[in-house]
Write a protein that binds this ligand. Structure first.
Ligand SMILES: Cc1cc2nc3c(=O)[nH]c(=O)nc-3n(C[C@H](O)[C@H](O)[C@H](O)COP(=O)(O)OP(=O)(O)OC[C@H]3O[C@@H](n4cnc5c(N)ncnc54)[C@H](O)[C@@H]3O)c2cc1C
Length: 384
């Protein structure tokens, strides 16, 4: 069996690794350099903290655990960090909601441990405890991934199993005959044939499906993460305090973001204005004690569209509308990458839909998109 995977983000890299491990002849194509899409801009927090829909929660919990198995298989775990996550509430209402979520999660076996503000320094002495903090909850099973390192390790292992990885190889079109998808056409005209094409192109999935007459939105809102220079902080855990998300990165760097800073992305030139960066660093200084906001430097500012699916759930599976076409995308693809790669490879090689993927197939999204397009078409005709 010959398989082409389009897109070398965390999902495409994981699917490629799992297929290659099973002896499949797999070629991975990326229009740029592997890992430069949403995966590069990701906050990369491993969690199933607020995923209320049961199948999504289950998949996430399994995937977080499964990354440890992938680390074992790769013989490298320097990209995997299970140092937990602390979330802090600063008003009585936030504290009530946080506690309710912690109780709900604990009732499903997901560790979520309330922490009094005065106890926070025992978890991590660099976390600043502000007077308005009401409650913390620590999630010991969560953590984060150093995504570029993970993608590098997955692709090295995949090529070791015989996979071909090609960068600067943009897929312009999916090849199809009357019955099925049977390959791709690259920018420049090269045609590569295959039995299955896995489209893991993140926000770029919509553009590729257009070539099959399907109009579906796969590009979500833009988000930004800022990585600081080495030696910024000794923070050891993922931390969410009101107005700030921060986590450790390699060599004392930290990765910082906040949703109000996302709103300041300049969408014309795809940059984050300097005042927004300084504002984020001021927020960082309020969150941790060992950072001097005036001295912090931004080493990388990464902006990307989040992957979008209309119901907020992952999309993983063969599309029955076009045999031979398999799609993988997820709003929290870093968390879900391990389980998605394994289950996709299982389905592609056995033809059987894994139980955990039932209900996540692309047809639900594509059919809803078709209805949406038809409705928009009808209403615009009616309104003249
Ligand atoms: C700001 C931000 C914060 C996030 N935080 C988290 C988080 O904390 N935890 C979490 O789990 N998830 C998080 N996410 C989501 C997560 O990063 C994504 O779900 C995940 O990275 C998607 O991976 P992917 O492989 O599907 O897509 P991508 O990483 O986007 O990879 C797609 C690849 O396809 C390639 N491509 C596109 N079109 C073509 C084409 N025509 N031909 C060839 N190649 C093509 C691109 O070059 C790219 O390399 C966040 C995302 C953002 C933007």
């Amino acid at each position: 069996m010959k398989v082409i995977v389009v897109g070398a983000g965390v999902l495409g890299a994981s699917v490629t690794y799992q297929l290659a491990k099973r002896g499949v002849d797999v070629t991975l194509l990326d229009k740029g350099i592997p890992g430069e899409g949403a995966s590069a801009a990701s906050f990369a927090w491993l969690n199933s903290n607020a995923k209320e829909l049961r199948p999504y929660h289950q998949l996430s919990v399994i995937s977080i655990a499964e990354w440890a198995l992938v680390a074992r298989e790769l013989g490298s775990s320097s990209w995997l960090h299970r140092d937990g996550h602390l979330q802090v509430a600063a008003t009585a209402v936030q504290a009530e909601r946080l506690l309710a979520r912690a109780e709900l999660l604990e009732s499903s076996g997901y560790a979520a441990i309330p922490v009094a503000p005065r106890e926070i320094p025992r978890l991590d002495p660099v976390i600043r405890v502000r007077d308005d903090y009401q409650l913390g909850v620590f999630f010991p099973g969560e953590g984060h991934i150093t995504v570029p390192l993970l993608i590098h390790e997955l692709l090295a292992a995949a090529t070791g199993y015989g996979a071909t990885v090609r960068h600067s190889s943009k897929v312009n079109e999916l090849l199809s005959d009357a019955e099925s998808i049977n390959g791709v056409i690259l920018e420049g005209g090269e045609r590569i044939e295959s039995d299955v094409v896995v489209v893991s192109a993140g926000a770029g999935i919509g553009g590729l499906l257009e070539t099959q007459g399907v109009s579906v939105r796969t590009e979500g809102t833009p988000g930004v993460t800022v990585t600081t220079s080495p030696g910024t902080s000794k923070l050891t855990t993922v931390l969410h305090v009101p107005g700030l998300s921060v986590r450790p990165d390699t060599s004392g760097r930290v990765v910082v973001r906040s949703s109000d800073i996302d709103a300041e992305i300049n969408r014309r030139n795809w940059t984050l204005p300097e005042p927004a960066v300084r504002k984020l660093f001021a927020q960082l200084g309020e969150g941790v004690t060992d950072v001097d906001p005036a001295a912090v430097r931004a080493e990388r500012i990464q902006i990307a569209h989040r992957p979008y699916s209309f119901d907020g759930l992952p999309v993983v599976g063969f599309w029955d509308g076009r045999p031979g076409l398999y799609v993988t995308t997820a709003p929290t693809g870093v968390t879900l990458g391990a389980v998605t790669g394994r289950l996709a490879a299982e389905e592609i090689t056995t033809g059987k839909v894994p139980k955990l993927l039932k209900g996540l197939q692309p047809s639900r999204v594509f059919e809803a998109a078709a209805v949406e397009v038809a409705c928009v078409g009808t209403s615009s005709t009616t309104s003249g």
